[in-house]
Design a protein around this ligand. Structure first.
Ligand code: AMP
Length: 459
């Protein structure tokens, strides 16, 4: 998964872009980058690691002067986590300097790459985004035409920000898989993966970029906005609301927090016969669903874990005992809350099942009497081809085991998954828009063509 931001017509473009990227840090922690233009020659600065460590005052104020910027944070689903693949990708081509930042996964990447290789193209990255640079460089016309012609050739998931001189372009694939929103701060437009990134920097969320929309912005004005293709149906990833997005971001006319509270309320309705002493969230994603569960069931809500935010993803995990140590470093139960208690434990999802198993073991070691485990989404039975890292099908526990088998493996007293209907209800704000979600990870029904050649490893 990745996060993207674009800022234009602003003397503080690089500072705002970096603040926006810090707000989007949860979407990718491996590398971050910013391209700046509008004053001097276009320039890109990127590095591995967290945004706040990469972009200090010296770099932002002295090395990145300009009025337009795009930025990117990356969490790759592929094994190739390297600076070469860090974005934005800046190129120099017949159209001068252009830079691109991408969130999603271009599913027909292998086919287009092969076609480009036959034409003599040279590739220097392993990322799918690189094909877009080649298509842009080979297209003719004005910038909007070039982007539209290129995007028509792509399949899969792509939310994009593109920069050339003072012009900022935002674009979204025809299914609208990954989010992309438009906002404004004073006389500057901002485009970002999530509305929270706009609001944190003092801007106002205006609207979502539509599926298949290209929006061209320059000098604080929307120059053009059009559909490069007629979208058949919107298929926005529902897992964004379950797990990925920030609770304070707006999606489908409500905050993600509100959707998660509703998920918890629905879970409580599904588990009416369960009696327990306390509802405990797995931090942080389980928090609002547990709150909703508690409100609906009248069972006391308690924070039963301390989460340590200083343990990075990369903490060494070579052996089982060190993996257990990492889990304990990250999360530790609070004895007074969980000992001798019958608990409803709420988390967002089970992917491979290993995290849940460790958390449940910790609760047992701390003396919990009974555990009812509830998840705010249905069982994940299919891999995602549109940018979320949900492992291959062999590693998805629910793809290979029944709910009862998973309950036995986790050794809990009951196991409840939120039903798909309830998830859609929670995410679609009063059921007004219940047909706009991609739910392929829960159903195996993919909105686009999937074959054994379909590419799956992007961000
Ligand atoms: P596991 O079942 O051990 O694979 O871990 C599942 C937990 O990882 C969930 O409870 C989420 O909090 C988190 N999670 C879910 N999806 C992802 C993802 N795509 N990337 C990273 N973490 C995830």
């Amino acid at each position: 998964m990745c996060g993207i931001i674009g800022v234009e017509n602003n003397e503080n473009a690089s500072v705002l872009a970096s603040a926006g990227l810090i707000t989007l840090q949860h979407r990718g922690e491996e590398s971050a980058g910013i391209t700046i233009s509008g004053k001097k020659k276009m320039k890109t600065f990127k590095a591995m690691g967290l945004v706040s460590r990469i972009f200090n005052e010296e770099i932002l104020l002295n090395k990145l002067p300009g009025t337009a910027a795009i930025g990117h944070v990356r969490y790759t689903t592929s094994s190739k986590s390297s600076l070469t693949n860090a974005q934005p990708f800046q190129i120099n081509c017949i159209h001068d300097n252009i830079s691109v930042a991408h969130n999603g996964n271009i599913t027909n990447f292998p086919k287009i790459k092969e076609m480009l290789l036959k034409k003599g193209a040279i590739f220097s990255h392993t990322s799918d985004t690189e094909i877009l640079l080649h298509l842009i460089a080979m297209s003719k016309g004005n910038l909007a035409d070039i982007v539209a012609n290129s995007l028509r050739k792509l399949e899969g998931a792509f939310s994009l920000v593109i920069l050339k001189d003072k012009t900022l372009i935002g674009a979204r694939d025809e299914n609208g898989f990954r989010p992309l929103v438009l906002g404004k701060i004073d006389n500057s437009y901002i485009i970002a993966s999530e509305s929270a990134a706009i609001e944190v920097i003092g801007g106002k969320y205006i609207r979502d970029i539509k599926p298949a929309e290209i929006i061209v912005i320059e000098n604080g004005q929307i120059k053009k906005s059009f559909l490069y293709k007629t979208p058949k149906k919107q298929n926005t990833c529902i897992f964004e609301q379950v797990y990925f997005s920030r609770p304070d971001s707006v999606m489908f006319d409500q905050t993600v927090k509100e959707a998660r509270v509703k998920m918890g309320e629905c879970l409580a309705c599904q588990m009416k016969n369960i009696k327990a002493d306390v509802v405990v969230p797995v931090p942080d994603t389980g928090y609002f669903a547990a709150l909703g569960f508690s409100r609906e069931s009248n069972i006391l809500f308690e924070n039963g874990f301390v989460r340590n935010h200083y343990v990075g993803r990369s903490f060494i995990k070579p052996s089982q005992s060190l993996r257990d140590l990492t889990a304990k470093l990250k999360l530790r139960p609070i004895k007074e809350v969980v000992k001798d208690k019958e608990i409803v434990l709420i988390d967002d999802s089970i992917v491979r099942g290993t995290t849940s198993k460790r958390i449940i073991n910790m609760l047992k070691e701390t003396g919990s009497k009974k555990i009812h485990f509830a998840l705010s989404c249905p069982p994940i039975i299919s891999s995602c081809y549109y940018g979320i890292d949900t492992s291959s099908k062999d590693h998805l526990i629910a793809a290979n085991h029944s709910v009862e088998e998973i309950r036995k493996y986790l050794d809990v007293d009951s196991l409840t998954f939120l039903s798909l209907n309830n998830l859609i209800k929670a995410c679609s704000f009063g059921n007004k828009k219940d047909n706009v979600f991609c739910t392929a990870c829960f159903t195996g029904k993919y909105p686009t063509r999937i074959s054994k050649n379909t590419y799956k490893k992007s961000c």
